[in-house]
Design a protein around this ligand. Structure first.
Ligand SMILES: Cc1cc2nc3c(=O)[nH]c(=O)nc-3n(C[C@H](O)[C@H](O)[C@H](O)COP(=O)(O)OP(=O)(O)OC[C@H]3O[C@@H](n4cnc5c(N)ncnc54)[C@H](O)[C@@H]3O)c2cc1C
Length: 338
């Protein structure tokens, strides 16, 4: 294979920037190249991993196998009245696509502006931000089934989307490689600016009746202000999911801490803020060597320089234990640990 590289440091491929060497790395730009890469690995009995933008992966050891970097590019829109069906290659950069769709006047993605990574990874954890998840605009995806050795189409139900969840984190983990995703956008979109940070930003911008471009710009400003930029300090965004607990558990916590953020869910359970729980345990700004907790956002673990994936994971475990001890809640990792 032409594009094959050997002994590659994954620090440059992941936003946490932890050092780990992959024995082989290859970029794939088409389904044909993907199939070729899989065959190459198969002939050598090599383990295969797929990487998009590396913004949700922390490697804890060297990867003795083939890392396939998804680079398939495609933007195929089809306008049907006020509905726009857009098929996107898995290697498209998510935020570039958001900017492009907004510039076309197609609404649906604007609240998810500036989420790092690729289109192909978006269904994996059903990305979402500021009141919108990709599931709300999802139509279908195509993926390569490594077991059946063919491309299959999956609809939303088959993907089993949930809060930062999908079938790709479970039964289809490592079996399916997403090659394209189709979304349904609208030329007469419903604006969703109800999220407090977004509405406050729009007010500060002097916008009373926001367009999708205004919402995107507001989201970008809020995110730039609140989240650390991986180009400046290694991080993978939220390290843990917000825990969804039984109502009685939330009531117990709020009895002692009336200020604890709590969001009732449709099924009667309550979503708590992992950042608040971590902050209460005194972790905000904490540091263990070069592994640390961000000083403004307790949900974000950071690499101050030379932290290894194992250092980050050790810090994450210590946080999980202390939150469990204090509140009886075990935080679940959002980040994929390799
Ligand atoms: C600063 C920052 C802010 C963030 N904010 C948000 C946020 O607001 N909301 C949110 O939901 N997430 C957020 N994230 C997490 C991250 O951006 C998303 O999870 C994103 O979808 C990851 O995309 P990626 O291409 O970088 O995936 P990678 O990190 O490369 O991969 C993630 C996982 O998906 C798998 N994968 C990647 N591509 C494919 C494919 N084509 N087929 C099958 N499996 C694949 C990988 O094997 C891996 O297990 C943030 C991350 C950072 C660093």
């Amino acid at each position: 294979m032409e594009a094959l590289r050997e002994s590659v440091d994954l620090a440059e491929f992941t936003t946490m920037h932890c050092h780990a060497v992959a024995s082989n790395v290859v970029d794939v730009r088409s389904v044909e190249e993907l199939v070729e890469a899989l065959a190459w690995a198969g002939e050598r009995s090599l383990h295969v991993r797929v990487l998009g933008g590396g913004s949700n992966v922390v490697p804890t050891s060297d990867v003795n196998g083939l890392v396939i970097v998804m680079r398939i590019q495609e933007r195929s829109p089809c306008v049907d009245g006020d509905v726009v069906h857009v098929r996107l290659g898995a290697g498209e950069v998510w935020h570039d696509v958001v900017e492009w769709t907004v510039s076309q006047g197609w609404g649906g993605m604007e609240n998810m502006a500036l989420i790092p990574g690729t289109v192909g990874a978006a269904p994996m954890q059903n990305i979402g931000a500021y009141g919108v998840e990709q599931a709300s605009i999802f139509e279908e995806l195509e993926c390569y089934d490594r077991q059946e050795r063919r491309i299959v189409k999956l609809n939303a139900e088959e993907c089993r989307f949930g809060y930062r969840e999908s079938i790709f984190k479970h039964e289809y983990c490592e079996r399916m490689i997403i090659t394209s995703v189709a979304y349904r956008l609208s030329t007469s979109p419903k604006i969703n600016a109800s999220y407090r940070d977004v509405s406050q930003e729009l007010t500060a911008m002097g916008v009373a009746e926001p367009t999708i471009a205004d919402v995107m710009n507001a989201v970008v400003s809020v995110r730039r202000r609140k989240l650390p930029d991986p180009a400046e300090i290694g991080n993978s965004g939220s390290f843990f999911k917000n825990p969804v607990v039984e109502a009685a558990t939330a009531e117990r916590i709020r009895a002692d801490h009336p200020d604890a953020p709590a969001y009732p869910q449709a099924d009667g359970r309550v979503k708590l803020a992992a950042a608040w729980l971590i902050d209460q345990c005194g972790w905000k700004g904490a540091r263990s060597g070069d592994a640390g907790v961000h000083d403004r956002q307790a949900l974000v673990l950071v690499n101050h320089g030379t932290a290894s994936g194992s250092d980050i994971l050790a810090l994450a475990s210590a946080i999980q234990q202390s939150v469990h001890q204090r509140f009886g809640i075990m935080l679940e990792r959002e980040v994929n640990v390799w």
